[in-house]
Design a protein around this ligand. Sequence first.
Ligand code: UTP
Length: 292
Amino acid sequence: MNQVTKAVIPAAGLGTRMLPYACAVPKEMLPIVDLPAVYFLVDEAVRSGIRDILIITNRGKECMEDFFDYSPEYDSLLRSHGRDEEADRLRAIADMANISFLRQREPRGLGHAVARAAGFVGEDAFVVLYGDDIIFSKTPVTAQLIRAYESYGKPVAAVKPVPPELLRKYCSLRVRSLPDDPRAFLCDDMIEKPAPGQEFSDLAILGRVLLEPDVFAILRELPPGAGGEIQLTDAMAILARSRGMIALDFEGRRFDLGSKLGFLTANVLRGIDHPETGKDFRAFLRELSSSL
Ligand code: UTP
């Protein structure tokens, strides 16, 4: 089994839950204190051994490319003011990984976005990090998925139990336990956006999957599913039914940056630990909480 070194970040969605903001700025570029959400995805991937990253974009999302590029203007300005450390930090972001960009052209769903990565992926297993889901964890979640893939030799989905109202917006997996690992399950079916009564379990996929290139043949043939979109879950359901997938109850805290609440809570959590803002922000929150 080859080492997993490729990742795809679909970031071409319209982000309608974050309107009006998202009609001018991609939700994947929402700031978490001073870094855009997509930075945390690339950082997680790199810390997991990923070297090559393809970000699927769309019209109006060019600022993602600018963020991961060299910025000679800032470099010379900062260095001329003796701020070499900050200039080095910007340069390090541009050198994190081999990052390339490809347009989806039409936002026809997550499965359609992933299908665009077939040429980049070639014959290798790869990780998909959903562009608006950031997860803070001790061991990067991508590394947790890669470890499960190496153990079981099957595609892996990162899952968590979620309440019924979220299950209906996400998906639901049919699973059975595996010996020796209370966090790993064998998944043999799943359903996207189940109506009440259609749920298999309270486990839903949250933001990360590890797939093999056989998913592309399935995606090419897949009709539109829930919401009229090409759903990655529908392709994974076919995989799960035919050869089984691993559902991994990952360690980590996930924030949906495509939702207003996810954006706010991620900023609070990072804000209280940030070296520049932590002390004053904690004091502010203490004062605020006494008046809530
Ligand atoms: P979402 O379903 O959360 O994104 O997809 P969305 O369609 O932008 O969201 P809303 O419901 O309108 O608010 C998860 C990830 O997949 C990407 C999104 O950019 C997001 O990061 N995506 C989604 C694509 O790349 N292409 C698509 O056609 C749809």
